[in-house]
Design a protein around this ligand. Structure first.
Ligand code: MG
Length: 169
């Protein structure tokens, strides 16, 4: 169990997380946040870019599921239903339940699982606490409210630290 909120890797966009990147890290399963990671909040339909990216991962044999704290059931169900991917809603990140349920679907262990997300209080803290590889992205559409803006600002030094580590490798 680690209390770090420094991501293992930082990416500008989700499309930068390619099958090659994941394979180089020995990741077999990618869990992915929805809001502000794949799409701006309130988006009801996935773009072709999101569909193509997920297809590239699954074609490469990498498992994929969306793990979201979102509580607006029908929108997220519509979005994930159109994608045809497993979806864990009301995940309660950073608590372990959502991560564990998603890993159980694929019979996968934390050491071969990565979480991709934008928010340190949920995605990043949770992944680091429960032993998953943490991949952070810049939010798709900036902060949806002042609270999120503040959280993104607070986390900037930790994103910068992750980038410095990345450059040294
Ligand atoms: Mg998010």
């Amino acid at each position: 169990m680690s209390l770090s909120i420094i991501p293992h890797r930082v990416f500008k966009r989700f499309t930068d997380v390619t099958p090659q990147v994941l394979k180089s890290m020995d990741i077999h399963l990618l869990l992915c946040d929805l809001d502000n990671t794949l799409a701006p909040p309130k988006t009801r339909h996935p773009t072709q870019e999101v569909r193509d990216w997920i297809a590239s991962l699954t074609d490469a044999g990498i498992g994929f599921a969306i793990v979201s704290n979102n509580r607006s059931g029908s929108r997220v169900l519509d979005y994930c239903g159109e994608l045809g991917v497993p979806y864990i809603g009301h995940a309660g990140k950073p608590k372990p339940g959502g991560f564990k349920r998603a890993m159980a679907l694929f019979h996968e262990m934390p050491e071969h699982t990565a979480m991709l997300g934008d928010l340190w209080t949920t995605d990043i803290l949770g992944a680091r606490l429960w032993g998953l590889t943490m991949l952070a992205v810049e939010p798709v559409e900036g902060a949806p409210n002042f609270g999120h803006w503040l959280l993104y600002q607070m986390h900037r030094p930790f994103m910068a630290a992750a980038r410095r580590r990345q450059q040294k490798k």
